[in-house]
Design a protein around this ligand. Structure first.
Ligand code: AMP
Length: 291
């Protein structure tokens, strides 16, 4: 595995791969890798000949009160994890390498940020789309892989690529979960043992929403109520939103159907956790690993 830190080296590597006739897969991350990230690598490997993974904690997507300074980092471990999974190129740019001057022109998510996490994290998705646009332009992959755990983000990236004619295929992978259903996240490391136990109520609540749908509920309020009732059982969780939205427009959907995206954000102590399910699919098919 080669490790690169400059934009020019990264672009040169990609172009050399392209000249050699190899398809490039790309997995953008903020590091502190877990099995969820590594499954994205597996998918990229299946879809391409070589895989580039980026590890970059993007300041542009953090609000002033958010966890940029304490976001977990462990490059040595990330290196080992990426190499062990067959990443060919690890791109680890500094903030200065990515933003030599402060970004003035950014990518606007439009109405896709009107619901779910958008109103709770002003500017977040502008930061995400801007850095993903930059990474896609630097790496020029044939395919880029993202996780459905961040469903709003994945949908925005699909729309950005379609609306702005990026020449890349976007692949979205299922959410990798721990045995009790909690979605793997770099931020889970923040959780105290009590918060970690409480966090399992999030996938349980989504499963309750899915069950209500299976039992015949079609009004969004009924589904949301089924989710909220489970979340309310634990005082250690403070729900931020429960929303049922159209998976393409990310706007509220009522009545719901089998394609509806049911999404939750909740705080466990200082840690903000998100998760989601497609109503007709449920969580049962999601891959599970030992935490
Ligand atoms: P992050 O490092 O948190 O920015 O995540 C990098 C990529 O990994 C994003 O596309 C995420 O959606 C994806 N990802 C994070 N957690 C999971 C998970 N538990 N299962 C699948 N993909 C994930």
């Amino acid at each position: 595995m080669i490790e690169l830190t400059s934009v020019s080296e990264m672009r040169a590597w990609s172009r050399a791969q392209r000249r050699a006739g190899r398809r490039i897969g790309c997995v953008p991350t903020m590091g502190y890798l877990h099995e969820g990230h590594l499954r994205l690598v597996d998918r990229a490997r299946r879809a391409a000949d070589v895989v580039a993974m980026s590890v970059f904690v993007n300041p542009l997507q953090f609000g002033p009160q958010e966890d940029l300074a304490r976001y977990p980092r462990d490059l040595a471990r990330d290196r080992a994890g990426a190499a062990g999974r067959g990443v060919d190129c690890l791109f680890v740019p500094s903030v200065d390498a990515m933003y030599p001057v402060p970004a003035r022109v950014t990518v606007d998510p439009g109405t896709l940020a009107d619901h779910l996490c958008g109103p709770h994290r002003p500017g977040h998705f502008r930061g995400v789309l801007t850095v993903v646009a930059k990474l896609l332009h630097v790496i020029e992959p044939d395919v880029a892989v993202f996780g459905r755990k961040d469903a709003q983000q994945a949908q925005m990236i699909r729309r950005m690529v379609a609306d702005l004619d990026f020449a890349v295929e976007i692949d979205v992978a299922p959410t990798v979960r721990e045995r009790d259903g909690l979605a793997l996240s770099s931020r889970n490391v923040y959780l105290s043992p009590a918060e970690r136990r409480a966090a399992a109520a999030i996938p349980q609540a989504l499963a309750a929403g899915h069950e209500a749908f299976r039992a015949g509920a079609r009004r969004a309020a009924e589904i949301v109520q089924a989710v909220a009732a489970v979340l309310a059982r634990t005082t250690a969780l403070a729900p931020e939103y429960v929303e049922a939205v159209d998976p393409d427009a990310l706007a509220p959907m009522d009545p719901v159907d089998g394609g509806t995206l049911l999404a939750v954000a909740a705080r466990a102590g200082a840690t903000r956790l998100i998760d989601n399910v497609i109503l007709g699919e449920g969580l049962a098919g999601d891959p599970v690993v030992d935490g």
